[in-house]
Write a protein of this length. Sequence first.
Length: 239
Amino acid sequence: MRLTSLCLAPWLTLCLAVMPAAARDTTIGLGEGHAAALLHLPAALHHRPPVVLMLADGPAPDMRSDRHIEHLLGAGIAVVEPQGPTPDLAAILQSLVHRPEVDAGRIGLLARGRGARIDLPGSPILASVLLYPGCASPPPRPAPGAVLLMHGDADPANPPAACAQLAEAWRGQGLEVAHHVIRGAGYAWDIRPVGPASAEMLPRPDGPGRLRAEAWPAAAEFAAHRAARFLAAELDRGS
């Protein structure tokens, strides 16, 4: 079993040292009736990079995606981000096959909250990062491949014992699962403060009700760094 409890202070200097590359963005059109997606490309492309599908904790992207996109681009990974409330994820993934800018044979997933509970049967995803997916009510089994499950130990929707049990269940189904707990973090620690407020109420990922989410920039920076490092390593294995 691989269970790591993360204390942030020793790692913070390393996390803040990441200098993300500037992005080149292009819109992917999916035809009438289908929401478009935004493809973020690293500034310097010396080869066809792997690509990560980013799924938000809600019907549309929010500012929580920004930090992850920066770190993924800095690791030389492209990011595809659905833009509408009901995107056709199968069509988005299929569209990548026809994009010469990316390697559609190396696709990863980074999903948060409710986005981490979307079932993607038969998808070509090689590695998944699931942030606070709602272990109290188990989410669907991820795509085959390596999985990084990350959550806080003060999150009512992701109790450490329930998440540990979920990780073990997935390992029993043949998945390679890394399980990381951030000490002191609650739900959605990576929200971006708006004005003087550092907390807001967000829908639970696993059912009705709302949870208090409090911004913790150090934890958000660490998680983005760890997720990008995990996906870079796993998607390089697929090359």
